[in-house]
Design a protein around this ligand. Structure first.
Ligand SMILES: [Zn+2]
Length: 186
């Protein structure tokens, strides 16, 4: 299970999720790209590979009535998990930490492996935005979660580990320091 730990020098909270080291990678952390053959096996986000992803939490059926246009699943290598509380504890002489409670979802934007956002129809883009909105609202119901971000890493240089068009939702119990400061100021 991951933990959320406070940096004693800045008071910023950060997530430590050792589990994520196990996720598949098409490139390393320094932006140095490798060939696409590094992605071994079939793409887990393509139709027919549903068993390779965790349980689906939301879907928008395709307008033709077959398959679906957008699927949302839990992240297989989550940075944060559903279980846990908000109690903070001392972790040695320097650190305060808490359970890595939160949510980490994957929004699979299309069943088509190569159909990135600029290639989608208006209807398909709208479905992606509806999925964002629906999952944001669902996570907002959890009183433990104070910050929800939906983001997308596009391309190897941005650190994406799978080419199939997808976005991620992360919800955390601690907003980033810059937002906390802006809120206090406002
Ligand atoms: Zn795919």
């Amino acid at each position: 299970m991951s933990v959320i730990r406070q940096d004693p020098t800045t008071k910023e909270w950060g997530t430590i999720a050792a589990e994520r080291k196990r996720r598949p990678h098409g490139n390393d952390q320094h932006g140095e790209t490798h060939s696409s053959t590094k992605e071994s096996g079939p793409c887990p986000f393509c139709p027919g590979q549903e068993a390779a992803t965790p349980e689906e939490v939301f879907r928008i059926p395709a307008s033709e009535g077959t398959g679906c246009s957008v699927r949302v699943t839990s992240n297989k290598f989550p940075a944060l998990g559903e279980m846990g509380g908000l109690a903070r504890r001392e972790a040695g002489p320097l650190f305060r930490e808490m359970d890595g409670v939160g949510a980490h979802e994957v929004i699979i934007e299309t069943p088509f492996h190569d159909r990135t956002l600029p290639l989608m129809t208006d209807r398909e883009v709208a479905d992606v935005l509806i999925a964002y909105q629906t999952r944001y609202r669902a996570r907002r119901e959890d009183p433990r979660l104070k910050y929800i971000i939906i983001f997308k890493n596009h391309g190897e240089a941005a650190g994406t580990s799978l080419a199939h068009p997808h976005s991620q939702l992360v919800a955390t119990p601690v907003p980033p320091m810059l937002l906390r400061r802006k809120r206090r100021a406002s």
